[in-house]
Every structure is written in C-alpha cells, then in structure tokens.
Design a protein around this ligand. Structure first.
Ligand code: ZN
Ligand code: ZN
Ligand code: ZN
Length: 375
C-alpha cells in the first residue's frame, strides 16, 4: 500500500485530534498549546511547512476556541492545502509585521502554555516578551500520552511500517557480511527500507564484533569478519509512521557463549512482550525483561530502558522504564528491546514494536528471533 498520511486522514480526524489536545491541555491546567512545525503539528493538522525557518509558523489551541494557524503569508497557500486546514483558521502575516504580537492577541490573557519541545528558542523568547507574565511547559512533558494511543487507521500504518522493516530484514540476512564494512551494510539497509516504502530513514545501526557492545554505535569503517556477532537496528518513517526493529546475526557458527547470551536476550524479549496487557504499568514491561537478564547474572550489562513509544516519530513516550507507572492502554505502540552488551567483546539486542490489544499485546515485527547465521 502506498500514499501519504494526508490521504489517510480527513479534516474530521484532525478536528477531533485538535479538540482532544485542547481539552487535555485544559485538564492539565494549561491556558493553551503552542505547536511548532514538527511531529505534533503533523499529527494535529497534517501540515508540514516547505521549510522550517525564522518566520513564525505556530498552531494555537485553546479549549473553547477555534484552532488558529499563524503562518507566514508566503506559505499560506501551502498550509491551505493541508488536510487539516478545513478544521482550522489560517492567520497569515506578512514580512515586517509582528507575528508575536498577533499571537499574543490570539491568546488574550497571559497564563501557562504548553509549547512543542522542538519550537525554536528564537520564537519562545519573542513570545515571552510579547506576553509578559506567561510561562511555558514542554508539550511532551505536560501531555506525554497525547499521541500514544493509535486509532485503527494509525495502527494500519504502523503495521505496514513494521512489515516493511521485516521485509528489509529478510533481504539483508541474505547479503554478504564478511569482508564488507559496516557502512556498506548500513547503506544496504537504507536502500532496502526506502525500497519497501520508507520516505525517511532514521537509523541503520550495524554494530559488529566489539562495536556491538555500544548500543548506539554508528556504522563505521570496521570490516566485518567471520565469527562476528552483529547487532542490526534500523527504522524510519513509512507513510508518516515509524518502524524500528533490531535483530542480532552471526557470521558463521557462533560459540556456545554467544548462543547462550542470544538465547537469554530472546527469553527476556519474550518475557517483556508477555507482560504487555491493558492496565499493566509501563515499568512492568521493563521489569519482566530485566528480571530474566538479571537472574542469569548479566544485569549490569543491560544498560538501557526496555522500550520507547513510536508513532509519527521513532522515539517518544510512553517509555518502558522503571518508575513509569502509567498504565498500558489498547492502541499504544512501543518497542520491547532488551540487550546485553559485553564491553570489548560483543552485544546482542532483539527489538520488536508491540501494540497493546484488548487482551495482551501484538507484535508488529514477526521475523525470526532465533539467531540467524549469515555469510
Ligand atoms: Zn562469534
Ligand atoms: Zn531500534
Ligand atoms: Zn527502538
């Protein structure tokens, strides 16, 4: 299936999202939301400006008010074509005019506003001056679950992105590894993800041998050799929704220890997945996966949280981490990705995107989690 998210969602979908965001903001004690170009704006309106520049583009949401998109006049025609445009008012401003004063006038009173994490400091500082006495909160911190629960159409796009990542793995396991640089395999991953419909590739980790012990190793010049364990972790956006999967492969026959560590991570990943059900806390997923690894004596080598949410970005709340007590809700999508990292030697990580269902969880990645032997 192809096509853009703009074709999938209607003005009514965007209207409902904006209404809910404004409502949740009010419930969180905020006077409104200020949404800059980026994932929140895409999710709320379907609009991505032609370029993010010093000219202010800002969606203003407040409970009981019509949504208004403040937009540079020269970009208003583009904004007008966005799928969500029918659900909001465009307020364009021309060069030489003060868009911050106009925004302040829209907001009316000073108060506490949620603002996109990625809003430019330039814009926030000017807003602070235009609205003395107002204060600001990170939109993601104030409303962490705003985008967390996906609707049916979103779940369809998430599944398609997962299937494309799986198709990428099925092809990459057949390419030659030994004798090639990590960066060459990473280029293969990039090409395959795009061939399977991704418009954006966020990461193509190829971490061979000792590099595998570094969870976010960037593919580099190391030449892959026989005997290497290799952590592959790749994903991006397909039709606006994210994929992210990890598999660990081995070049030729593994040692008993390599097999044992891989089995352990597979068991931990399975335990994390089995902990997924509505009402369980996010931290329960982390605890379930971590317990398997700790009980086997490798606890100190599992050095990151078990998972992160995914949607219109590839890393977002909810986080599967100790201390995160928010409950899992059907429709949430996140990774379950335990790993073991043995410094100077090798690493293993296995990652699937999982969505919460009414009675448990469903994996959006279904390639084998057994240790795959490559050439
Ligand atoms: Zn080996
Ligand atoms: Zn990943
Ligand atoms: Zn991940």
């Amino acid at each position: 299936m192809t096509g853009s998210t703009a074709a999938t969602f209607t003005a009514d979908d965007y209207r409902a999202r904006m209404e809910r965001a404004a409502l949740e903001a009010a419930e969180a004690g905020l006077a409104g939301l200020l949404v800059a170009p980026g994932p929140d704006l895409v999710w709320l309106t379907g609009y991505t400006p032609p370029a993010v520049t010093e000219r202010l583009t800002l969606l203003v949401l407040a409970a009981g008010q019509d949504p208004v998109l403040v937009v540079p006049a020269l970009e208003a025609p583009d904004a007008h074509r966005a799928a969500g445009a029918a659900a909001l008012t465009l307020r364009d401003w021309t060069d030489g005019k003060d868009p911050y004063a106009a925004t302040a006038a829209l907001l009316g009173v000073s108060g506490r506003f949620g603002i996109s994490d990625n809003a430019w400091a330039l814009h926030l500082l000017a807003l602070q001056q235009a609205l003395p006495g107002s204060s600001y909160a990170s939109l993601t911190e104030a409303l962490p679950m705003l985008r967390a629960v996906k609707d049916t159409a979103e779940l369809g796009l998430m599944a398609a992105a997962g299937a494309a990542a799986d198709a990428t793995f099925e092809e990459i396991r057949g390419v030659p590894f030994a004798g090639r640089r990590e960066s060459e395999v990473a280029a293969d991953l990039d090409r395959l993800l795009r061939r399977h419909g991704h418009e954006q590739v966020d990461f193509t980790i190829v971490a061979s041998g000792p590099n595998g012990a570094d969870p976010h190793h960037e593919a580099g010049d190391r030449v892959i050799a026989r005997g290497d364990m290799i952590v592959l972790d790749f994903g991006g956006l397909r039709d606006g929704y994210g994929s992210d999967t990890s598999r660990t492969v081995h070049v030729g026959e593994p040692t008993d220890e390599e097999r044992r560590v891989h089995d352990l991570v597979r068991e931990a990943q399975e335990a994390g997945f089995r902990a997924v059900r509505p009402g369980a806390a996010c931290q329960d997923v982390d605890r379930a996966a971590r317990r398997v690894i700790a009980d086997a004596g490798y606890g100190e080598y599992f050095i990151h949280r078990t998972g992160h949410g995914i949607g219109v970005t590839t890393h977002e709340p909810p986080y599967m981490i100790e201390g995160e007590e928010r409950p899992l809700v059907p429709g949430m999508c996140f990774s379950v990705e335990p790993g073991i990292y043995l410094p100077g030697r090798f690493g293993v990580r296995i990652e699937d995107i999982v969505t919460v269902t009414e009675d448990g969880g469903r994996r959006l990645n279904t390639t084998t989690r057994e240790l795959v032997i490559v050439e």
